[in-house]
Design a protein around this ligand. Structure first.
Ligand code: MG
Length: 415
């Protein structure tokens, strides 16, 4: 079998997600946007697809304001790649893929990842690489008539999830203060989530006279305490906070949530500052998880593990460039006996969790916000990660990644 085409299908959609200056998602006024699907075609007719698989709509009555200094519309890597990178996909990537065997995923990944060196191919980001790698895995699954997690060596068909609450904001009744978080975390538990992860604030006075974006660590602590009191002692809680605290604040906050019984502490400092993480890990008992956004794929994860920098490793498809490098990271973690928690939701995360011998504790479901309803994207006929009443999400069982594509919607809105 040979690849005959790599193409992007762009279609109109609606987004009610806006981005703050460091890219965090918040609810925003609903607006028109463009979604991109990546398609790999072959000479035997079988195709593979990669498409965004999470979606939110505003709850009735919610009227979030535009974010000061932020960006309107969902400027995710997917949208950016579609806007400025469609030509790159056509001119630079397509000629490399056409003629290749679509089952030679390692070879294709190896070529593309090495193209990322230097600035000449800067449009080939890890999120774009992830779309291509995911489309190849989807193609393989559709050809074999098996879900991807079984091709990877299936281990389980459902995974426990946690409610991943969006980064804090200034919307009263949203996520503006500890009381908002406490009320929403309690609601998440009532919805059936067995665990909750908070993302606390970044200062909206971006570029102010303090450390850029630095919020109040005391407000973070008050928030974590309010949430613990609201959900009681038996719900597992995690914290992902402002990512650029100094050692003093990171320690102060970490010690506080350790005492509150939180089960992991995520990205409180610059992840390239490995010495600071080693220092923090030596001071705290609460498990330190990472790296999440640090570049370098499985290689960076290997160095964090071998260097004793983290207690729990972290990997996400968009962070490392797809399922192929995620699999390498899974095996790395198994070999070192270190737990691995998969970053962000979606099909790739579910299939990886479906094959892990040392399972991640939780699937990250969301992001969630009191103003938003987390639901099926209109370009899919079914949600990729519906949760049952016991807090489990089923690993998709359709062939490939499990996308049940709504072609009527896509064709009606195609650009
Ligand atoms: Mg995180």
């Amino acid at each position: 079998m040979k690849i005959t085409d790599l193409k992007t299908i762009r279609f109109k959609s609606q987004s009610c997600i806006q981005r703050d200056p460091i890219g965090h998602a918040h609810p925003g006024p609903a607006m028109d946007t463009v979604t991109t699907m990546y398609v790999i075609e072959t000479d035997e007719g079988v195709c593979g697809y990669s498409v965004p698989d999470s979606y939110n709509v505003l709850n009735p009555g919610a009227a979030p304001q535009a974010w000061a200094g932020g960006d309107s519309g969902d400027k995710t890597a997917n949208a950016v790649a579609a806007g400025s990178g469609a030509g790159f996909v056509e001119k630079r990537l397509k000629p490399i893929l056409v003629g290749e065997d679509p089952f030679s995923r390692e070879k294709i990944f190896n070529i593309l990842y090495k193209m990322q060196r230097g600035g000449a191919n800067s449009a080939l980001t890890d999120p774009l690489l992830a779309h291509i790698d995911k489309a190849l895995w989807d193609l393989y699954g559709r050809y074999a008539n098996l879900p991807v997690y079984k091709l990877l060596g299936g281990h389980r068909d459902k995974v426990l999830c946690y409610a991943s609450i969006q980064v804090g904001d200034h919307f009263k009744g949203g996520l503006s203060d500890p009381e908002d978080y406490a009320a929403f975390a309690k609601k998440c538990v009532e919805m059936g989530y067995p665990a909750v992860k908070l993302h606390t604030w970044a200062d909206e006075n971006w570029g102010g006279n303090n450390c850029i974006g630095k919020p109040s660590v005391d407000k973070d602590i008050a928030c974590c305490k309010a949430v613990r009191e609201a959900v009681g002692p038996n719900v597992e809680l995690m914290l992902d906070c402002f990512h650029y605290y100094d050692r003093y604040d990171a320690y102060k906050l970490g010690k506080a949530i350790e005492d509150l019984g939180y089960i992991w502490y995520e990205e409180p400092m610059e992840e390239y500052n490995v010495s600071s993480y080693k220092w923090l890990k030596s001071k705290l008992n609460i498990p330190i998880i990472g790296p999440e956004v640090a570049k370098g794929k499985n290689f960076t994860r290997a160095e964090w593990i071998a260097g004793g920098v983290c207690d729990i490793a972290r990997v996400g498809a968009g962070d490392v460039g797809g399922i192929t490098p995620m699999v390498k990271t899974v095996h790395l973690c198994e070999s070192f006996g270190i737990p691995l928690e998969v970053h962000s939701g979606g099909a790739a995360s579910l299939h990886i969790m479906g094959m892990m011998t040392v399972p991640g504790r939780y699937y990250e479901r969301g992001m969630l916000h009191p103003f938003l309803n987390y639901c099926c994207p209109p370009w899919l006929n079914r949600m990729i990660d519906p949760m049952d009443e016991h807090g489990f999400v089923q690993v998709p069982q359709l062939p490939g990644l499990g996308y049940d594509i709504n072609w009527d919607y896509i064709n009606e809105n195609r650009l």
